[in-house]
Design a protein around this ligand. Sequence first.
Ligand code: C5P
Length: 219
Amino acid sequence: NHKKTLEGKTVLITAGPTYEAIDPVRFIGNHSSGKMGFSLAEEASKRGAKVILISGPTSQVMGDKNVDVHKVTSAKEMLQKVFEFYDTIDIGIASAAVADYAPKEIAKEKIKKNDDSLTIELIKNPDILKTMGEKKTHQFLVGFALETQNEEENAKGKLEKKNLDMIVLNSLRDEGAGFKNDTNKIKIFTQTEKKEFELKSKDDVAKDILNFVESQILK
Ligand code: C5P
């Protein structure tokens, strides 16, 4: 009994953290739960969209069999998977917390704790969303920003720099927002608009985000 407001649209969503291997048993990762991306995927699917969810390692379970879930581990794998589908999508939503850096080399064997100090050289990962922005032909692109200072300015800067149509800002200063929580408090920016929302469950935040996307693409 859901209104099929995204019927005929293909939506690609990135979610969760990425894990960057150090050796066969260790990695660099982060605390992203993947909840926001899974909520967005389920809501977009309810609205009739064809949904491709590309997720890093999370404990989230996808309840909707219609969502096409692709599990990846590292940023480079996520980038590759995104571009398998990029030409076919109408809307891209990047909610993944992609690791900014990855170890330059992955040790073949488990690193031994012999020395008192250990240095791991890190190399910048590809920016998946920025690459999507550079290759944009018709896709409507949505990014997320998690900022601790100059939030609005930084969010708007990313909108420009990554060639996005819309950015969702969640502030770490707000109690219950961001990352591991089941709730989120967001502001949405486009080139010309700004809208602030109340603290709510990530399922409800997903509805707000997709309502806003629909208001933009149906303009
Ligand atoms: O630049 P920053 O990491 O703050 O940008 C956040 C936005 O960019 C998020 O939408 C995130 O999913 C995306 N991103 C990405 N690939 C990266 C880094 C960020 O897709 N390597």
